[in-house]
Ligand binder design. Structure first.
Ligand code: THU
Length: 129
């Protein structure tokens, strides 16, 4: 699975977003170190604060079936959007060096970065040792 294919998966996942309130659809696709992919979309709620981001849906799917080694994540969203602070923190837990691809609605990648770049000086598991 290459980055372009991962971003296409994110774009397809975006189609499934449930975002009737913000109308801002997000799709995510993550790649584990052993080559598995997991997708997610944002799922909003009439009680707005209960809404969940696409990244965390994808991550929790992976972790909940036993995959904790995450190589990269692709996001499909509009404009210059990038992972929110909460998602940066949650993703950091599983790989601070994770590669992050930002793609448009069609899955065209326009930006590549890492979680370390997005969340410098993060609080992580090692701080609890
Ligand atoms: N959203 C995500 O799914 N991921 C992000 O990193 C940014 C925001 C969602 C949450 C909400 O459903 C909508 O986008 C607008 O904030």
């Amino acid at each position: 699975m290459n980055s372009k294919e991962l971003a296409k998966l994110a774009s397809s996942a975006r189609e499934l977003a449930y975002a009737p309130y913000s109308k801002y659809k997000v799709g995510a696709a993550l790649l584990t170190d052993d080559g598995k992919t997991y997708t997610g979309c944002n799922v909003e709620n009439a009680s707005y604060g209960m809404s969940m981001c696409a990244e965390r849906v994808a991550l929790y799917k992976a972790v909940s079936v036993g995959h904790q080694s995450i190589h990269s994540i692709a996001l499909s969203l509009s404009g210059s959007g990038s992972p929110c602070g909460a998602c940066r923190q949650v993703l950091h837990e599983f790989n601070p060096s994770m590669v992050v691809y930002l793609a448009d609605e069609t899955g065209r990648i326009h930006h590549e970065t890492t979680l370390n770049m997005l969340l410098p000086h993060a609080f992580g598991p090692e701080n609890l040792d």
